[in-house]
Ligand binder design. Structure first.
Ligand code: ADP
Ligand code: MG
Length: 688
């Protein structure tokens, strides 16, 4: 007997060959098959009489083939099948291009449903290449038909047939992960009804009922899983940290913003507990996350523990060290910098002092997790720019501080603002602090969106800015290839840089950097740019991560339509970091209305959270989940940009269930628990 893990090839009517095709869509098991949800629907349920057709409309008619279709071979590669179909009051002439087989499969005297675009008037109508199906078959016409995303070798027809078959096979063996009481309390339909109608709805209403249930289920299981991660974590122990930070605040050349104070408060409160902190601090570029980290580092050090701050690149680590080192030292805390570039001798001495505890705060890169680094009493781990680290790297550093059941506190800083509700989901088991305020007096970055015809003016503008002593970034266009993949970024960057150097700015030094360069080379280029040795830096998005060159005042982003809003915002944050008036120029020849709207959003606001919300509204949540590094299950049907209220309902239901049965150990929750574990295991597997 089949179960949901059954390979689709063993399902009657699918077989070896179709299974191979389906695999291209990642459909392997029966569950994959029935969970391959339509991306849209076409209403072919209403049957029209031929005479009532409207010119240009797409409609479904029921008509009898009046005479045997004729096949004519016009020339090589062009065959026409023509036929006439009639109903009581009208005539429909139908033409098929290059579908010769239809000549023999559409039989005179039989009635078919034809679905296509109608042209004509009065009694005489035409359709070209309509979908045709024998009346009564009820698969492709005469109902609401699902539209699936396809790939080469997989047609709508194949999917509709396979899924119909799949649903027939498993209808009675679908275990329901929603406990009965939850299903009833929230007015949700049965699982088999949901699967039937999400693929083949009888009406818009049954579709809504089906979809609501599936979205709820997805969000419910997600929340349950997160809740369990959280509770597992709160079972671990940590050293509580408490310290007086009065002199720290006094030593700062500014007062913390309210948002910073709030975040610091939340962090210190967490650290004072005998449970490990797991907190994400989210704040826009320049919102001052580093000071929140500084307070935490100091608090740990003063509580007799060591603290480590890990950044994704040496440049960032050095920047942090330059900024925080002197501040912390002045407050009596010993700091050191440890990166891949640290000389062997210095490194040995640092490792020794880290081991004996005389160095209290270490700032660095992945070097902090090398095998030979042994901490004395690591009590706090801070990672910056979280989206560049995998979950495993974060935990590798935490592991170094583990003593028995005790774990270090963890603070994660991310400069990718995302709407709060989404953050709670994406960062899953982390608590979230939001810094939604910039320090006073921040420069607004003047942003414009223009087309390619502006290049000469842009180059003139760059020349003027550079003449005034500034520097500029140019984010290089990437050529999209025919297969939809991106071209060779190395080639794109080097060629564009060479062109600019030779043809446009022969008098200036143009440097370039791209992701295919070795880390050492990259760093060298970035360091030279930071030191002002090169004036223009052509780059792919590798400058996205918090590089700080206060003297850079312009960023030009070519093919801006290629980037998501949040990414554009990150890129824009590379300028406006000094006292100079700064500019962001978005170049795009794309006329697509949605694209234009997206770019306009950038010119109107500098608020990263607003931008993230717009991004969510315009593109749906798929993208946030697309760049997955978080090890959470993918969302197959829920769209958090429009399913927010359902999310809250599902979260509430999950909380209630966990309150009743924290381990989901009751027999009536067995299926729920199994499904949740499956989802999270698959996702965790995908991370490795
Ligand atoms: P990010 O959140 O991007 O990491 P940083 O912590 O690097 O931001 O802070 C950006 C700049 O703002 C730094 O030069 C920092 O010294 C400064 N800064 C931070 N907090 C304040 C504040 N409350 N008032 C004024 N300047 C601040
Ligand atoms: Mg930062």
């Amino acid at each position: 007997m089949a179960d949901l893990k059954t390979d689709v090839r063993y399902i009657r009517g699918i077989g070896e060959q179709r299974a191979k095709a389906l695999q291209k869509l990642e459909i392997r098991t029966l569950r994959d098959l029935i969970s391959y949800f339509p991306r849209a629907y076409e209403d072919r349920s209403v049957l029209r009489e031929i005479r009532d057709l409207q010119d240009g409309e797409t409609a479904c008619v029921s008509a009898m083939v009046a005479a045997a279709p004729t096949l004519s071979h016009i020339r090589k590669g062009l065959d026409l099948v023509k036929l006439r179909a009639v109903d009581d009051r009208g005539v429909l002439d139908i033409t098929y291009f290059n579908q010769a087989y239809l000549k023999d499969s559409l039989l005179p005297g039989e009635t078919y449903l034809f679905y296509g675009k109608a042209e004509g008037s009065g009694r005489k109508w035409k359709m070209v290449n309509p979908v045709a199906e024998k009346e009564g078959a009820g698969l492709l016409c005469g109902r609401i038909v699902p539209i699936y995303s396809l790939t080469a070798g997989v047609t709508q027809n194949l999917l509709i047939k396979s899924i119909t078959q799949g649903l027939t096979v498993c209808r009675d063996l679908l275990p329901d992960p929603l406990p009965d009481e939850v299903r009833q309390a929230h007015n949700l339909c049965h699982i088999s009804y949901a699967y039937d109608h999400v693929h083949f709805p009888q009406s818009a209403d049954t579709l809504a009922i089906a979809r609501r249930r599936l979205v709820f289920e997805e969000l419910f299981l997600l929340t349950l899983g997160l809740g369990r991660l959280r509770s597992r974590r709160t079972q671990a122990a940590a050293r509580p940290c408490r310290a007086d930070l009065g002199d720290f605040y006094a030593a700062l050349p500014f007062t913390l913003t309210e948002a910073q104070q709030r975040a610091v408060g939340e962090v210190l409160e967490d650290m004072a507990k005998p449970r490990p902190m797991n907190r994400l601090v989210q704040g826009d570029v320049g919102s001052g996350k580093t000071m929140v980290a500084a307070a935490a580092l100091l608090c740990a050090a003063r509580s007799g523990l060591q603290a480590a701050l890990m950044a994704p690149t040496s440049i960032l680590a050095e920047q942090h060290y330059k900024g925080l080192g002197p501040l912390l030292e002045s407050l009596g805390v010993r700091c050191a910098l440890l990166t891949g570039a640290t000389a062997a001798k210095t490194r040995r001495s640092i490792l020794e002092q880290v081991r004996d505890g005389s160095i209290q705060v270490v700032i660095g890169t992945h070097a902090l997790i090398s095998a030979d680094v042994v901490y004395h009493r690591l009590g706090l781990v801070v990672t910056d720019e979280q989206h560049r680290f995998g979950v495993d790297q974060r935990s590798a550093l935490s592991e170094k501080g583990r003593v028995g059941e005790e774990q270090p506190h963890l603070l994660v800083m991310s400069a990718t603002p995302i709407p709060r509700t989404l953050a709670l989901i994406i960062y899953g088991d982390l608590d979230v602090s939001v810094i939604d305020q910039l320090p006073p007096g921040r420069q607004h970055i003047s942003t414009s969106a223009v087309d390619g015809s502006y290049h000469p003016r842009i180059y003139d503008f760059l020349r003027r800015e550079i003449g005034a002593g500034r520097q500029a970034y140019i984010i290089c266009p990437m050529v999209e290839q025919e297969d939809g993949g991106m071209g060779d970024e190395r080639k794109a960057v080097t060629e564009y840089a060479a062109y600019l150097q030779k043809e446009i700015f022969p008098e200036l030094k143009v440097a370039f950097v791209h992701g295919k360069m070795k880390p050492k080379e990259k760093e060298a280029v970035m360091t030279a740019f930071a030191a002002g040795e090169s004036r223009i830096l052509v780059s792919t998005t590798v400058v996205e991560v918090g590089v700080d060159v206060p003297n850079a005042s312009v960023i030009v982003i070519e093919n801006a339509e290629r980037f998501g809003l949040s990414q554009l915002h990150q890129l824009r944050g590379r300028v406006g970091r000094g006292s100079h008036k700064s500019y962001c120029i978005l170049v795009s020849d794309n006329q697509n209305e949605e694209t234009r709207e997206r770019l306009k959003v950038m010119t109107r606001t500098g608020d990263g959270f607003r931008i993230a919300e717009e991004d969510l509204r315009l593109r749906g949540s798929g993208d946030f989940f697309g760049r997955r590094q978080h090890g959470l299950p993918a969302m197959k049907i829920a769209d958090l940009s429009c399913d927010m209220s359902l999310l809250r309902e599902a979260q509430e239901a999950a909380r209630q269930l966990l309150a009743e049965d924290p381990e989901l150990a009751l027999p009536q929750h067995r299926v729920t628990r199994q499904r949740m574990e499956e989802l999270f295991d698959e996702a965790a597997g995908a991370l490795n």
